[in-house]
Design a protein around this ligand. Structure first.
Ligand code: MLT
Length: 233
């Protein structure tokens, strides 16, 4: 089993996803929200690329969620905070979401035989899930508008660290992620809070989201893309 890392969706054309398990990563905050929501009883989350697609699902009875540039869309019931997704009133509901980078990465991964969602919140569950399957793995970081980001790369390194006894990683991208994690794992929150996206989000006053998204193993679930929906099997 080989593991590789794609640091931004703009580089996905360099990888063949059709024979791989793809782990989509958007620590701040899309995939952390998905894990928190599904781990708190949300029935399904449908990621879509555009606001219009999300609104169409809203008309069909879905709860609409998401952001652009980190800011909640006025017409949506939910923004992109894990705390919103964890509210008891959303237990058993179906949510449709569109975000700046995370849902785009999911859209680009969909040709893969298996697409799962990872965040520090479900790190151990993701590692266990991957260790029980035999396909090669691509860790797809959502980045920020096509650029590299620190928090997704750090999580990619954490997954590689968790699988290092069973899987090989020999691309420069995967070796770099592994050593990034080795050098930063003692204080994940500190390094994530220094990231560019943490500064971007701080102007919306949501430091508590950054702190929560840095927590490890809060949920023992793995969201899996089934058709168009993310569910917990
Ligand atoms: C994204 O998908 O780009 C992010 O989740 C943005 C955010 O922090 O809301």
């Amino acid at each position: 089993m080989q593991i590789d890392v794609c640091y931004t969706p703009d580089l996905i054309h360099q990888f063949d996803v059709t024979d791989k398990t793809v782990v989509v990563i958007d620590i701040l905050r899309a995939t952390s929200c998905m894990v928190a929501g599904l781990g708190s009883g949300v029935k399904s989350i449908t990621p879509v690329a555009t606001v219009e697609e999300c609104e169409a699902l809203g008309e069909a009875g879905y709860i609409m969620a998401g952001e652009r540039g980190g800011k909640k869309l006025e017409q949506f019931q939910l923004g992109n905070s894990p705390f919103e997704y964890m509210q008891p009133e959303f237990k058993g509901t179906k949510i449709a979401t569109t975000t700046t980078n995370g849902t785009r990465a999911l859209e680009l991964a969909k040709e893969a035989p298996e697409v799962i969602v990872g965040a520090f919140l479900n790190l151990k569950a993701v590692v266990e899930h991957l260790s029980k399957q035999s396909r090669d793995i691509l860790l797809l970081c959502a980045g920020w508008k096509g650029k590299y980001n620190l928090e997704d790369s750090l999580f990619a390194g954490a997954v590689i660290d968790g699988l290092k006894k069973q899987a090989s990683f020999d691309t420069d991208a995967s070796i770099a992620a592994f050593y990034l994690y080795e050098s930063m794992c003692k204080d994940i929150y500190y390094y994530i809070s220094r990231s560019n996206h943490a500064s971007r989000l701080s102007k919306f006053g949501i430091l508590k989201d950054i702190e929560y998204c840095s927590k490890v193993d809060e949920f023992d679930i793995v969201p899996v893309l089934q058709g168009k929906e993310l569910v917990v099997k």
